[in-house]
Design a protein around this ligand. Sequence first.
Ligand SMILES: [Zn+2]
Length: 289
Amino acid sequence: MPASQNRDKPRGNNYVLVILDSCRYDSFVAAKPKAMKKLGKLEARWSYASWTSPSHYNFLIGLMPHSSPKHVYASEYYKKDFLRFNERLGLQDIEFKSLVPQLYLPAFLKNSLGYRTHARVSLPVLNPKTILNNGFDSYKLMDKHNDMRAMVKELEFPEDRPSFHLLNVGETHYPYALPDEPPDQWPRISGVHGVFKHLDDEVVGGKLLTRKEKFFDNQKLEELRQRQITAVKYLDRVVEELFDLVPKNTYITITADHGELFGEEGFFGHGPVQHNKVFEVPFLEGKIR
Ligand SMILES: [Zn+2]
């Protein structure tokens, strides 16, 4: 087709951003995912925030987890890191100021680049009534908080315009349950449902336990850590299905919104926690073919 006939057709790669909620870097490594590693080199990066809402806001203004570089100005680092969107989208001339003044990636993709924009979220704190739902053609809180496969089945990539899909995946979030595990068999840990519960756990739902239980039950915490590793292993198979489904010109980023603490230095969970393991997240991206 002559270039003149193609001038107004939106260009660019499809872009899929997969966020494994609460997935700790070392849980990801321990799971030895084979499919996900096909995307490229696994990096340990640092989340800008320690819990779900602010972290997703950062993703949606285009700030991926950072590498905490030394001897550079922070402002120079994020401007440079933002240039990676040229590779992700298969375009040129995108820079951080392209997002000015709204500073919101979905709106920029939709309004300036002609993308179709979709979000599928697992955690109720990200529900469609929140401020995050801006610039999306569709934005849905999934029926179950832990079923990435249900999201993958809904993905569409029409050929007339590129698509952006944000997938917030909940299997790696407490209680690290796979979709076929009955809720009455999910683990219960007293601290999570009492004083130490986080906002997103509260809305995911968990009964308040009244019985007295020792909070730092190391065996139970280790079981929880193993459950997160098992969740990553399971998700690796779902990601393989995602890879089979996406068109050729699709760029995929897989990362996490924050980590999780499993008893280290007296912490469990994420959110009001200041610890390296709550910020350290896996990061890998690329084209699958
Ligand atoms: Zn989260």
